[in-house]
Design a protein around this ligand. Structure first.
Ligand SMILES: Cc1cc2nc3c(=O)[nH]c(=O)nc-3n(C[C@H](O)[C@H](O)[C@H](O)COP(=O)(O)O)c2cc1C
Length: 436
């Protein structure tokens, strides 16, 4: 068998080292996925959750990013999320001990084959559903008081009203507390033995809402222009970096675009990537896109060019014909943006240009996963739904004794029962949610 016959497996099997010095044993990243396994109203990681992570830990992943962990128990994504309690986290022995067990369940033996264990920290902001950690009538906190709009027409308005509170604009004191909670959450994760944290700044949650011109119309230093909208994220990174050692990884999940009218554009998003690289202190950026108003990140298939054309009201630029089998096999939803992001990071002078890029969304086959790595666009690829269906997916994907052209190099595609019928509903969030 020629070596090129398993070129994809070989590329994805290469370890990679983050700027903090930690090395992931391969390029496959289990993407963050909210497990909804906490108790009603949120709670600490429990045995059921740890059991699932042990499966992933044995699966051969390079990095395992946990599902989002809420830093504020009053703002959960769903009522069953894992959350940090509203205590002084660094003195809360029960929380520290529980997180130690959580880290241990992911890191397993902790040798050079073990995955890097990263906790995703989130504040759901305006996308925290009614009653998710609060009384149903209590408003969410957000950069500005702009209501959610996930569906169209009168019925859509009623559904939106039933699901979401109208947010309250955050005061500067509330912003300070928010930053503090991300910092304390990160310190806790470090003390518990995790290799890093990922700050969730995409999919419309709190930090993404600050980054978006549609949901952030503030007049103070946290709004008004793109740089000000990025201030919150940069202040969180600074705050975290001041309290954790350099060897601890700090990543950010960022949108390539919100794909909604008036939302974050690809050009805005590119500036965010560039500013993070210039700023330094960030080990990786995981690229995704969309929010609950257009959940592109969770669709079955997604064409970013088509979606951008729809948002801009222009005709879709015809895609260039594929030049190789690799481009033909392209599955990644946000690869065009990743390419632009890579060149933008490369242009940055200074240590921030070492920041790794991870591309998540749409990847289903070995060739689809290997393409963006082989082309040098990203350092790793994030796998969500396939990681749920096949927790030990890396064992198949990285097996270089099976040629890339052999259908056995990737597990079979799966479809969710009923997804065809559900797709007829005019509610994108329901369509996407069915698959998840
Ligand atoms: C069940 C489920 C839960 C998710 N929860 C999160 C989450 O907590 N944080 C996050 O950043 N993305 C979350 N996502 C999005 C995934 O990380 C990923 O971006 C998305 O599933 C697209 O990747 P895929 O096509 O490989 O599934 C979730 C996706 C699924 C399917």
């Amino acid at each position: 068998m020629s070596s090129s016959s398993s070129e994809g497996a070989k590329a994805l099997s290469q370890p990679f080292t983050l700027p903090c010095g930690s090395t992931a044993p391969n390029r496959l990243v289990k993407a963050p996925m909210e497990e909804m396994m906490g108790s009603l109203g949120g709670g600490l990681p429990n045995e059921k959750l740890l059991k699932i992570y042990k499966h992933w830990a044995d699966g051969g992943w390079g990095i395992i990013i946990t599902g989002n962990v809420a830093i504020d128990s009053t703002h959960l994504g769903t009522p069953f999320d894992i959350t940090l309690p509203s205590t002084n986290l660094l003195k809360d022995d029960k929380t520290i001990q529980t997180f130690k067990k959580y880290a241990q369940s992911i890191k397993g033996k902790g040798d050079d084959k073990s995955p890097l264990a990263v906790v995703q920290l989130v504040h759901a902001g305006r996308q925290s559903m009614r009653g998710s950690g609060r009384y149903p009538w209590q408003p969410t906190l957000a950069p500005s008081s702009i209501s959610m709009s996930t569906s169209k027409g009168l019925i859509g308005k009623v559904i939106d009203y039933a699901l979401w509170n109208t947010p309250k604009e955050m005061t500067q004191e509330e912003i300070k507390q928010l930053i503090q909670r991300f910092v304390e959450g990160s310190v806790l994760c470090h003390q518990a033995g995790f290799d890093g944290v990922e700050i969730h700044a995409s999919h419309g949650y709190q930090i993404a809402a600050f980054l978006s011109p549609r949901t952030n119309v503030r007049k103070d230093q946290y709004g008004g222009n793109a740089r000000n909208r990025a201030r919150l994220l940069l202040e969180i990174i600074d705050g975290v970096r001041q309290r954790v050692p350099k060897s601890f990884a700090v990543g950010v999940k960022l949108n390539s675009s919100d794909y909604v009218q008036g939302g974050l554009t690809e050009d805005d998003a590119l500036m965010n990537v560039k500013w993070l690289a210039e700023h330094g202190g960030v080990d990786f950026v995981e690229i995704s896109g969309g929010n609950y108003e257009n959940p592109s990140f969770m669709m079955d298939s997604f064409d970013s060019e088509k979606e951008l054309a729809k948002v801009n009201g222009t005709a879709k630029t015809p895609s260039k014909p594929p030049t190789s089998a690799r481009t033909q096999a392209r599955e990644a939803f946000f690869q065009n943006f990743a390419l632009r992001a890579r060149s933008s990071v490369q242009d940055v002078k200074g240590p921030g240009r070492e920041m790794a890029l991870i591309l998540t969304g749409g990847l289903r086959s070995r060739t689809g996963m290997a393409g963006p790595v082989l082309e040098g666009i990203v350092d790793g690829v994030g796998i969500g739904r396939m990681a749920c269906v096949y927790p030990d997916l890396p064992k198949t994907i990285l097996n270089d004794s099976v040629p890339d052209t052999d259908p056995k190099s990737s597990p079979p595609k799966y479809t969710m029962k009923g997804s065809g019928t559900v797709a007829l509903l005019p509610l994108k969030i329901v369509n996407a949610g069915w698959g998840t």
